[in-house]
Design a protein around this ligand. Structure first.
Ligand code: FAD
Ligand code: SF4
Ligand code: SF4
Length: 476
């Protein structure tokens, strides 16, 4: 260990931009065993590991780095698996520069952080290859059943941990494939789909019952589910796209980011997607403008490149240093041919015969910091120009849907942002025995936080169900 002065930081090699822009496969090659061991040996085994403090799961990072450096990979896997239900997924898509790696002391000393995410991915990918990933074995049957609404990372984590404790677990999801945004939001070049599918299959093999294409609110009310199950957890994520208010926004060719990304992911499975086939959600040969600066916008621009767009521009109202998306993703996008137009906002959408033909752009500048400390963008008067566009993708983020209305559950209370209000100690909503976790509580966040919430809510539900069972025994 402590090799950081003699061994330089090295991430797994990225495929050349020209090659990777032609497919939807992940862009990085895997670590070789020697490289993983060497990179792990750079860790200085801090007594107070800030990497771990800043990992939402508080993963035992220095310990599994040491085991990897010593060639004890199976033990490293077991330790990594103890705190996470999907380490190989977090290792791929966490914004490590803002979490574990961004807080590694070696980074602060100027030697470059330990490449924690890549090692984490390597450990669990190897575990899958070697057959070390244990099947999900349910504990002794509890005779109690839970409903999980939503099969994203939060819901899958609950399903995993509660089934292991012996509960009957039913997962309801409105999509035909399980995984939530892991499956239909995040593109394959960040997270290949078989990685998600094998996690879902493990849960199915362990007896978790998935109700696919089942939309709560349409196919059942909350009361229906409460009658069927002892407890419920809502993990439905946030899906209401934020709107752009500008003339011409209703023109054909101005589309929602998630419709666009979902269509692309479905095509990746070989599905027939009429709106892709007819060109509505396909960037081939088009001048594409994506509006937004977060993860979703980054995924849209890079998808458009892979679909064969004639040009791809990303319009963002702040500058590079003030954007919410990962700098790593901006770099990847630039390498692949995306042009970023900083300090720019759409003022209107031009249309020709009802279809978008261009975007009227107004230049912005950064004013004084607002209440959150971020410098607020303001219009720079008289600086407008037009960008050619025949596909505009709106990627301004998401708000929660109106769940009390959708679920016909007026007793379900929400915050002023529309997220579900929970008691933060019990993680229970305003309805008895109905819990909530993930983005629907936090607002749009990260996969690793959804896993953390899924882990926490499982503990709370387990305690509540145990108390309920004891009370029923006493009453009998
Ligand atoms: P979700 O993953 O949204 O899953 C919710 C599930 O609930 C869905 O399957 C949905 O179909 C289902 N559902 C909703 N309503 C109903 C209903 N009424 N009945 C039945 N089922 C229902 N995070 C990262 O950490 N790294 C990234 O690189 C990253 N990239 C992203 C890219 C995009 C395009 C987007 C949109 C988000 C990205 N995120 C990323 C954020 C991350 O995906 C989310 O924070 C995370 O998936 C939230 O997990 P969740 O389980 O709460 O909800
Ligand atoms: Fe880092 Fe994410 Fe892994 Fe935690 S889960 S160690 S933040 S990559
Ligand atoms: Fe190792 Fe960096 Fe974590 Fe310290 S902060 S334990 S050096 S990975």
């Amino acid at each position: 260990m402590l090799q950081f002065t003699s061994v330089g930081q090295d991430y797994p090699e990225k495929r050349a931009a020209g090659e990777r822009a032609g497919d939807f496969d992940e862009i990085s090659r895997a670590f070789e065993v020697a490289k993983a061991e060497e990179q792990s040996s750079r860790c200085s085994q801090c007594g107070v590991p800030y990497c771990s403090t800043h990992c939402p799961l508080h993963n035992h990072i220095p310990d599994w780095l040491r085991l990897t450096a010593e060639g004890r990979l199976r033990e490293a896997y077991e330790l990594s698996n103890a705190t996470s239900t999907m380490p190989e997924i977090c290792g791929r898509i966490c914004p490590q520069d803002r979490l574990c790696e961004g807080n590694c002391v070696i980074e602060f000393s100027g030697h470059g952080a330990v490449t924690i995410g890549s090692v984490e991915k390597y450990i669990t990918d190897t575990a899958w290859e070697e057959g070390w990933v244990e099947p999900l074995t349910p504990g002794p049957a509890k005779g109690q059943s839970i409903a999980v609404i939503g099969a994203g990372p939060a819901g899958l984590t609950v399903a995993d941990l509660m089934r292991a404790r012996g509960y009957d677990v039913h997962v309801y999801d409105r999509h035909d494939r399980m995984g939530g945004l892991l499956m239909y939001g995040i593109p394959g070049f960040k997270l290949e789909k078989p990685i998600v599918e094998r996690r879902v299959q493990r849960l199915k093999d362990g007896g978790v019952v998935f109700h696919e294409s089942f939309e709560v609110g349409r196919d059942a009310t909350m009361e229906d589910l409460r009658a069927r199950h002892d407890a419920i957890v809502i993990c439905t994520g946030v899906y209401k796209p934020r709107a752009i208010r500008a003339p011409g926004v209703g023109a054909a060719g101005v589309v929602e980011s998630l419709d666009y990304l979902t269509a692309s992911n479905k095509k990746g499975f070989g599905d027939t997607v009429p709106l892709y086939e007819d060109g509505t959600l396909n960037a081939l040969g088009k001048h594409v403008v994506v509006v937004g600066g977060g993860d979703t916008a980054m995924d849209c621009v890079r998808t458009a490149i892979r679909q064969g767009a004639a040009s791809v521009k990303c319009l963002y109202r702040r500058d590079r240093t003030n954007m919410p998306g990962s700098q790593r993703e901006v770099k990847n996008a630039e390498e692949e041919g995306v042009e970023f137009v900083w300090l720019a906002a759409p003022e209107a959408f031009h249309d020709a015969d009802g279809s978008v033909s261009g975007v009227q752009v107004t230049k912005m500048r950064l004013g004084e910091p607002d209440a959150s400390g971020r410098r607020a963008p303001e219009i720079e008067p008289g600086a407008e120009y037009r960008l050619e566009a025949d596909l505009v993708i709106k990627a301004l983020g998401f708000d929660p849907e109106e769940l009390p209305k959708l679920f016909d559950a007026p007793d379900l209370t929400v915050t002023r942002w529309g997220t579900l209000r929970v008691d933060h100690k019990t993680m229970m909503t305003s309805m008895d025995g109905v819990f909530a976790a993930g983005d629907i509580v936090r607002g749009a966040s990260l996969v690793v936080w959804a896993v953390r919430d899924g882990r926490d809510v499982s503990d709370r539900m387990h305690a509540w169900l145990k108390a309920k069972a004891s009370a029923e025994v006493v009453a009998a």
